[in-house]
Design a protein around this ligand. Structure first.
Ligand SMILES: [Zn+2]
Ligand SMILES: [Zn+2]
Length: 136
């Protein structure tokens, strides 16, 4: 039987599980990730087998000027997910901090570091990029 990894928002109103993760996961220091997560960086990952267990109706979606969408819990404000422009809800990338257990993820890049806050230090030993992964 496939292992399922469970996650939820802060208030518990929304919960979900997934069966797998993309191999790539980056800490993103861009301004929008920072604002959305209220943190020095955001980390989102593509998943497979996503099932919303409860609270799907509590998800609110913010669309930025560039068409990207970010989803959060309307009750507690937890940052849950990100979609590129015109992507369906099935293609949502999840904020890895919302998982309630250890997940098989290794952060392999630090991206958009030119937008990093002055008070935040990059992590040693992880490749960093001023913009996306393939640029510098
Ligand atoms: Zn919530
Ligand atoms: Zn970002």
């Amino acid at each position: 039987m496939t292992h399922k990894y469970y996650g939820s928002c802060l208030c518990g109103g929304i919960s979900f599980n997934v069966t797998g993760f993309s191999k790539k996961a980056a800490n993103c220091y861009c301004t929008m990730c920072r604002k959305f997560h209220g943190a020095a960086y955001g980390t989102l990952v593509s998943v497979t087998g996503l099932t919303w267990l409860k609270g799907f109706e509590l998800l609110k979606h913010f669309t930025a000027e560039n068409g990207t969408q970010r989803s959060f819990c309307q009750d507690c404000g937890t940052s849950l997910g990100f979609r590129i422009k015109n992507a369906g809800i099935d293609e949502i990338e999840l904020a890895i901090s919302t998982f309630d257990e250890d997940i098989p993820i290794k952060i392999d890049a630090q991206i958009y570091t030119e937008y990093k806050a002055n008070w935040c230090e990059l992590q040693q030993g992880i490749p960093s990029f001023l913009q996306g992964r393939n640029e510098n």
